[in-house]
Design a protein around this ligand. Structure first.
Ligand code: BES
Ligand code: ZN
Ligand code: ZN
Length: 499
């Protein structure tokens, strides 16, 4: 959907549908709604007075203007009670109304944004309206061949605004388009089936990001990994016919000598469990095991397009995890890039192995911070539920920055502890560490394992196993790949950049 910003009044706008967002329980119309109600002979107030439309959150009513206005329809959407209102509700309401219009096969709509819906948050209000509208309309259709002509889409959204608000809205919309494009990009990567989104294809997508200014991409192949001694990544990849790739994306938008922020993303393009093979019903969604890598790629894409004055390096170890005669096995001992040795207990605990290589590699950059994003453990979903990102790490400031960003973007982040005592569970009898410490505290002991490879840099781990893929529609996340953590990382980076 294209968005254009124009000077004008909604009441005078010719459109298939003009959208009005209203609070619940307000007796009197005001502002733009009042203007339109007057022009439309009280059609809106009649609907409200008769309680047909109560403006409950996401409630929608479509009124035909029958020539009283240039617009063919007036579409009301409820924002719920003003006392309970926030940016998340605004995203939800606009996602729902856009989906409703798309279902009616409407191709073009117009809105005006009341920037004072929330006091002192003009930019955020405009951002939430546009984000909700765009994110809710996502569809993944490249493999649909039957009935393609019936696919519906809103092509154009016109935002009409007063002169004084134009520049703020225009600037905000530009940013939102960049950010939502990055979310769409990540959702596309994750939605793509495992037979299409192989490690090589993931690398190819990273190389396409590097067509941007200040971005470069370097993909290490098997021979190079051998040379570097990345045996954990090679080991996980050893059961597959697809070559593993170590993807390095660098965005140098900051000062030349400024320490970069390292983003590390798990890129398992299919996780069968390997020799410790998963049961069929648990393997179903595991093309999504590169969601962390996709989020990192999306965040770097957006940072480059936003021209953030930062240096950022993205490290994405990419591989399949498959069983075969050449696959790594329980009991094997592998030496990591860092030099530390690992006893393999469970080949399905592969994420921490490949992340270990990337986290150790990150030290090369002397990063200002390291954030890794991964669909690492089913245990994080057992602990916190399907909707929540588990956060663990060693640096309180970094954690609080991520918490702050999450509060803005509506992504749910909750911290789990990483106390010393958990490290006992990953000690090995014959090697330095083992890759599985039992079921108890599984999300935490996996992170304890990662911590051994981080070095002395501020570090946070985000486990997105729950929210990366959703089975039921949410208002602005259609079921499937959510693109979770893209907006979180971008918000964090924008804050770091002082925006
Ligand atoms: N990628 C999975 C975790 C996962 C499962 C994420 C389902 C999203 C949805 C990870 O590699 C894995 O298999 N973890 C195992 C670890 C265990 C066998 C040590 C798990 O959590 O069950
Ligand atoms: Zn696994
Ligand atoms: Zn996995």
């Amino acid at each position: 959907m294209k968005i254009s910003v124009k000077k004008g009044k909604l009441a005078d706008t010719k459109s298939q549908a003009i959208i009005l967002a209203l609070f619940e329980g307000k007796k009197k119309l005001a502002g733009v709604a009042l203007q339109i109600d007057k022009r439309a002979d009280g059609l809106i107030s009649e609907l409200i007075d008769s309680h047909d439309f109560e403006a409950k959150l996401s409630q929608i009513s479509v009124i035909y203007s029958r020539g009283l206005l240039p617009a063919k329809r007036i579409v009301l959407v409820g924002l719920g009670k003003q006392s309970e209102f926030n940016l998340e509700k605004l995203r939800i309401a606009f996602a729902k109304v856009m989906q409703h219009l798309r279902n009616l096969n409407i191709k073009e709509a117009a809105i005006s944004i009341d920037l004072n819906l929330i006091p002192n948050a003009k930019g955020e209000v405009a951002q939430a309206v546009a984000e909700g509208s765009l994110l809710g309309l996502y569809q993944y259709t490249p493999f649909k061949t039957v009935g393609r002509e019936d696919l519906k889409n809103i092509e154009q959204l016109n935002i009409v605004a007063e002169e004084k608000d134009l520049s703020l809205i225009e600037a905000t919309i530009k940013k939102v388009q960049i950010i939502t494009q990055a979310v769409y990009f990540a959702r596309d990567l994750v939605s793509a089936p495992g037979n299409k989104m192989t490690p090589a294809m993931l690398a190819k997508n990273a190389q396409e990001i590097a067509t941007r200014k200040h971005v470069s991409c370097n993909v290490l192949d098997k021979a190079k990994m051998n040379e570097l001694g990345m045996d954990l990544l090679l080991g996980v990849g050893s059961g597959s016919n697809e070559e593993p790739k170590f993807i390095i994306l660098e965005y140098m938008g900051g000062k030349k000598d400024a320490a970069p922020i390292a983003l590390v993303g798990k890129g398992v393009t299919f996780d069968s469990g390997g020799i410790c093979i998963k049961s069929a019903d648990r393997m179903n969604d595991l093309k999504t095991d590169m969601s962390g890598g996709a989020a990192v790629m999306g965040a770097i894409m957006a940072s480059a397009d936003l021209q953030l004055p930062l240096n950022i390096v993205g490290l994405i170890p990419a591989t399949e995890n498959m069983p075969s005669g050449t696959a790594y096995k329980p009991g094997d001992v592998l030496k990591s890039y860092s030099g530390k040795t690992i006893e393999i207990i469970n080949t399905d605990a592969e994420g921490r192995l490949i992340l270990a290589e990337a986290l150790a590699y990150a030290s090369k950059y002397k990063p200002a911070a390291i954030i890794d994003v991964a669909t690492l453990t089913g245990a994080s979903v057992i602990a916190l539920g399907e909707d929540v990102i588990a956060m663990l790490g060693t640096d309180d400031k970094l954690k609080s920055e991520l918490n702050k960003a999450a509060q803005k973007t509506g992504e749910l982040v909750w911290e789990l502890p990483l106390w010393e005592s958990y490290h006992e569970q990953i000690k090995s009898d014959i090697a330095d560490y083992k890759n599985y410490g039992g079921r108890a505290g599984g999300a935490i002991t996996a992170t304890a394992f990662l911590s051994k490879f981080v070095g002395d840099f501020p570090w946070v781990h985000l486990d997105i196993s729950g929210p990366a893929w959703i089975d039921k529609d949410k208002p602005y996340i259609p079921k499937g790949a959510s693109g979770v953590a893209v907006r979180l990382l971008v918000e964090f980076l924008r804050n770091r950049a002082g925006e």
